[in-house]
Design a protein around this ligand. Structure first.
Ligand SMILES: Nc1ncnc2c1ncn2[C@@H]1O[C@H](COP(=O)(O)OP(=O)(O)OP(=O)(O)O)[C@@H](O)[C@H]1O
Ligand SMILES: [Mg+2]
Length: 462
């Protein structure tokens, strides 16, 4: 027989205790403990009975893969290519997706555009739990996204949302945001971990059992992570981050989890008064601001299946203080420090007495080691105050011994570079490529041949 016992758990962080506590020892939240009835099954928690029948459950039917009926599901395309591609070719029916990002980054705007386009072919319900219907209408008028068959509600009651969806069977529902939704019967506040878990679980069942695609927006924490329990990310089919660089007004949609598509795909938008405009030729956009100045070097990286052409800019100046500054944006700080140390060791340039500032264009974070050569050349170019040849790009890894190492999958990036008239690619000796416009170097010593005032003769003698 099942045995019931009482325990208490924190509605904010789910910390559990056998007695009620005023302040949660895990998250320090006050008055957050609520009573929970724990249920112990004799099969799961007690002795094994030797049968496959649980105390309360049925004997479950099992099927082979041949017996399972399967029909290819057609994805729902919005026609906004940057959105559809990141989702892996449109929204899969019955999937539960999360869109998250900084406050004010444009989540609601993007979803309104997507809902408006989808409403041409599908029935879409938009539940705006955060903003009033007037606010939504105001935005829809501004971004020209008014559609007769797109239906809105500003109710945040999750039972109501689920009941309405079950009865009226839309193809897609959008909930903006999940943090404001609540179950009327539970005692916890909207946005707490317990509520988020319950509401997401209910929405997942709605998606799977009724084949309704559910898109929810979710807040982000101060550390830049999705707010809510970690289980939320495991539970849903896709997690998409909307990130941005305000100076450029670019917004980048990035897939960090996608059960129905490739990871780390990027979609580019530009935030304007008319809403989120697609930026299909992002490289043209990124290169439009690049100049052949001292300290600037073009590099390329693969984001998902997309080659991006980016500019690394470095500024190297004599340090005025005891401890030289290293200010890096868009790159791993340690990587820049490491490349500066390699150059100092093998080229005898005293970077340790210089302040170093490095940034990457377009608000994109470069993580690939193929940008090593770009960082080295940007530092040297700024140090010698001499620009590299116009329309040149660097693509190689640098090892701790100062040797340059070839990189994998260079062809896609070279093809993209060719499209934009890049004339010279600096690579590592031994790099396999079909391109003829390359210049190969085997070690960091040889990089000095690119700069007129470099002390390469002195180094050779040493
Ligand atoms: N009239 C306007 N012209 C240009 N841009 C505007 C205008 N009004 C709003 N915006 C842009 O829209 C952004 C807000 O967009 P939106 O409300 O979609 O963001 P959000 O991510 O949903 O925000 P929240 O986290 O508050 O829900 C503002 O930060 C601003 O950049
Ligand atoms: Mg919003």
């Amino acid at each position: 027989m099942a045995k019931n016992s009482v325990s208490f758990s924190c509605s904010n962080c789910q910390h559990s205790s056998i007695k009620w506590l005023g302040c949660c020892p895990s998250c320090n939240e006050w008055n957050s403990f609520i009573e929970e009835k724990a249920h112990f099954s004799p099969v799961l928690g007690g002795k094994k009975t030797g049968t496959s029948r649980t105390a309360t459950g049925e004997l479950l039917p099992l099927k082979t893969l041949h017996e399972i009926e399967f029909s290819e599901q057609k994805r729902m395309l919005s026609g906004i290519a940057e959105w559809d591609n990141v989702l892996g070719g449109g929204i899969m029916p019955g999937s539960l997706l999360i869109l998250t990002g900084d406050p004010g980054i444009g989540k609601s705007t993007l979803l309104l555009h997507v809902a408006h386009k989808l409403a041409n072919n599908y029935s879409v319900f938009y539940f705006s739990s955060e903003e009033s219907l007037e606010q939504v209408k105001n935005r829809a008028m501004r971004i020209d996204s008014i559609h007769d068959s797109l239906l809105f509600s500003d109710k945040a009651n999750i039972e109501g949302i689920i009941h309405t969806s079950q009865e009226r069977k839309p193809d897609i529902i959008i909930i903006d945001s999940i943090q404001n939704c609540f179950f009327s019967e539970t005692q916890t506040f909207p946005g707490t971990v317990g509520q988020l878990r319950e509401t997401s679980f209910a929405l997942m069942r709605l998606a799977k059992e009724h084949g309704i695609a559910v898109i929810i927006t979710c807040h982000i924490t101060k550390e830049g992570h999705m707010a809510g329990p970690k289980t939320l990310e495991h539970m849903v089919d896709g997690v998409f981050y909307l990130q941005g660089e305000d100076r450029w007004h670019t917004r980048i949609l990035r897939s960090v989890k996608n059960r129905f598509g490739a990871l780390h795909e990027l979609g580019f938008f530009s935030m304007t008064e008319k809403g989120m405009e697609e930026v299909p030729h992002i490289n043209q956009f990124l290169l439009s601001e690049s100049t052949a100045a001292a300290g600037a070097v073009l590099v390329s990286c693969l984001e998902g299946s997309r080659p991006l052409l980016l500019e690394i800019q470095a500024l190297v100046v004599q340090s005025k203080f005891g401890v030289p500054q290293r200010v890096v944006t868009g790159l791993d700080h340690k990587r820049v420090v490491l490349i500066a140390a390699i150059l100092e060791k093998y080229l005898f340039i005293k970077f340790s007495s210089q302040d170093i500032f490095v940034k990457v264009s377009g608000g994109i974070k470069l993580t690939e080691s193929s940008s090593d050569l770009g960082i080295a050349l940007a530092l040297l170019s700024s140090y010698f105050q001499q620009a590299l040849p116009e329309k040149s790009m660097a693509l190689a890894e640098i090892s701790l011994t100062g040797a340059l190492k070839p990189i994998n999958g260079i062809e896609t990036q070279l093809k993209e570079a060719q499209k934009f008239g890049i004339k010279k690619i600096f690579v590592a000796a031994g790099q396999k490529t079909t391109s003829t416009s390359i210049k190969a170097f085997s070690s960091v010593y040889q990089l000095l041949s690119l700069f007129d005032d470099s002390p390469d003769q002195t180094i050779e003698q040493k």
